[in-house]
Design a protein around this ligand. Structure first.
Ligand code: CAO
Length: 527
């Protein structure tokens, strides 16, 4: 005989009469501790109530639409202890009256509350970062319309687990801005789970790791509760692709499961810049990822990916899958520029500034972007947003992974200013101290492996940018312009990746030629 246990709604802050929007279990289901049982949604937050312990669901006391408060009994379990230890079944304690157990609080998704008639209001400040502990009413983000500035407070206390907006994003009533681990679950939030949805905005450190600014639309704001997001992560399902069949298009558990099996209705064809539709590739379902017990073949150890790698990985993956990349390789003759750089470094020796090739490339990039404006642009639906500013990101290799600090207004800065700023930003990146605004707003990125080696590579475009320049180590190469005479030239390999939805191959080839010509003779930037 097993012990019947009432499961109650835990402490959910000041919320009262919160509607149940999803019930994840059915009678007879076996659940583990922390498995989500139901999801509640107020106008300010969505909260999953997880199982406080393992057991078998004996009865369910709520249905979708019911309103519950702290202490409401939501279901009844046959407890894990009794079920797992039949030998103890005869002990008197087992036949004791049902013991009520409050589920530990779980994850709460915080939404933008009623903000009147305001629509598409930009986030101007995010006050918290992943891992921060907040109390109810602590300000989380600040919004600014042309008429008012509003702070959105925490609807309940907890630990910030995911942040799904960043400065500049536009939000509306109901937009999910972050997830809080509440109650006992907050202890586990010290090592926050990071989803692709959290992506860009989740952590300042990684906000620009691979993509200078995601339009959070499809992924971050996919209408799904924390448990469904967790399931999606476990099944490697991109929520941006899943069509929700729940109320108001909400993505429910079965949608994710069906999608993972390849049978779900796909979301409508994406707009340019959004995640692709369909479960599989070209209508073909993908095979499941191979599961191998590597220990069978030899000794292994497991190392968790750094937080930055998890976030940048999700962004890189999205960018790689969504953007039709093409990479055009070329080379630049930097013989004279290198001589000039060496000369300038001698002259600057006393000032302590040491100029590398990268600031010259930034200047050459700006001049080339001005000539080819569609490379300094972002896709917006069926249109192209051409930017009349030139903020250049540079990939920086840090102990925790790849980051992309951005130098603003490169067109207005000289080589020494760029060098100094680059040095400061690279140091902040390596120390993990870059702020979100130091990684946002980039219009074009340069990824230089020149200090390391290699000849060519295919850099992944830093969405929502549409192109990226990869450079490798320069080398001496014999060059002939007439087939009769030749000379040794210092040659810089260039690899320009471009978004074929925006850029054509001919334009990319011209871009590279122009860029290379400028590096060959920087005086041309004056024309
Ligand atoms: N060819 C030959 N030598 C080069 C070169 C090139 N293209 N680029 C740099 N070098 C030299 C520099 O002149 C310097 O030499 P000295 O020490 O003799 O002066 C040395 O390589 C180291 O340069 P650096 O890397 O310190 O400086 P940088 O300005 O070129 O780059 C930074 C700065 C932050 C971009 C770089 O340190 C870095 O992190 N690069 C890695 C970027 C990356 O990971 N990209 C991959 C992204 S995709 O995963």
């Amino acid at each position: 005989m097993s012990q019947a246990i009432d499961i109650k709604v835990p402490d959910i802050g000041d919320f009262k009469d919160v509607p149940v929007i999803e019930v994840f279990v059915k009678v007879g289901d076996t659940v583990k501790a922390e498995d989500p049982l139901i999801s509640l949604e107020s106008d300010k937050a969505t909260m999953d109530v997880p199982a406080p312990l393992g057991g078998v669901v004996k009865a369910i006391g709520v249905k979708i639409g019911d309103k519950v408060s702290e202490g409401s009994v939501i279901l009844q379990f046959e407890g894990e202890g009794a079920a797992a230890a039949p030998a103890e079944a005869a002990k008197p304690s087992v036949s004791a009256p049902p013991s009520p157990v409050s589920a530990p609080a779980g994850l709460a998704e915080v939404r933008i509350p009623d903000i009147g008639d305001f629509k598409d209001v930009p986030v101007i400040e995010v006050f918290v970062k992943v891992g921060d502990t907040v109390k109810a009413e602590d300000p989380l983000v600040s919004l600014e319309s042309d008429k008012a500035t509003m702070e959105v407070p925490a609807p309940l206390g907890g630990v910030v687990q995911e942040i799904r907006v960043k400065v500049g994003d536009k939000v509306n009533e109901g937009s999910i801005i972050m997830a809080l681990a509440t109650g006992s679950a907050s202890a586990a939030a010290a090592a926050p789970a990071v989803s692709a949805a959290a992506g860009q905005a989740a952590a300042p450190a990684a906000a620009a790791a691979a993509s200078g600014g995601i339009d959070e639309a499809a992924l971050a704001l996919a209408y799904a509760g924390p448990a469904v997001r967790k399931l999606a992560r476990e099944l490697s399902v991109d929520l941006g692709k899943v069509k929700g069949t729940g109320a108001h298009g909400r993505i429910v558990r079965t949608d994710v499961e069906a999608f993972a099996k390849g049978g779900a209705a796909a979301a409508p064809a994406p707009k340019a810049g959004a995640a692709p539709a369909g479960g599989g590739v070209g209508g073909v379902d993908l095979l499941p990822w191979p599961k191998v017990d590597f220990a069978k073949f030899g000794p292994v150890e497991r190392k968790e990916l750094s937080r930055i790698k998890k976030i940048s990985g999700a962004n890189l993956h999205r960018n790689w899958v969504v953007i039709p990349h093409v990479t055009t390789h070329d080379e630049a003759d930097i013989t004279d520029l290198e001589a000039f750089r060496v000369q300038m470094n001698k002259e600057l020796e006393k000032s302590g500034v040491k100029v590398s090739m990268l600031p010259f490339m930034m200047k050459a990039a700006v001049a080339t972007l001005k000539k080819f404006p569609e490379f300094n642009a972002s896709l917006d639906g069926d249109g192209l947003v051409l930017k009349n500013y030139w903020h250049i990101g540079f990939a920086a290799d840090t102990p925790n992974g790849l980051m992309v600090p951005v130098i603003r207004d490169v067109d207005k800065k000289n080589i020494v200013e760029i060098t100094k700023e680059m040095g400061e930003l690279a140091k902040l990146a390596r120390d993990g101290k870059l702020k979100p605004d130091q990684m946002s707003g980039g219009t074009f990125t340069i990824s230089s492996l020149g200090g390391i080696g290699g000849i060519y590579f295919t850099p992944i475009i830093n969405a929502p940018e549409v192109s990226i320049m990869g450079v490798c180590k320069s080398y001496w190469k014999q060059h002939s312009s007439d087939g009769k005479t030749s000379s040794w030239r210092l040659t810089l390999p260039l690899s320009l990746s471009w978004d074929h939805r925006v850029i054509d191959g001919a334009a990319a080839a011209r871009f590279n030629v122009h860029f290379a010509n400028l590096l060959a003779d920087m005086r041309r930037t004056m024309f």
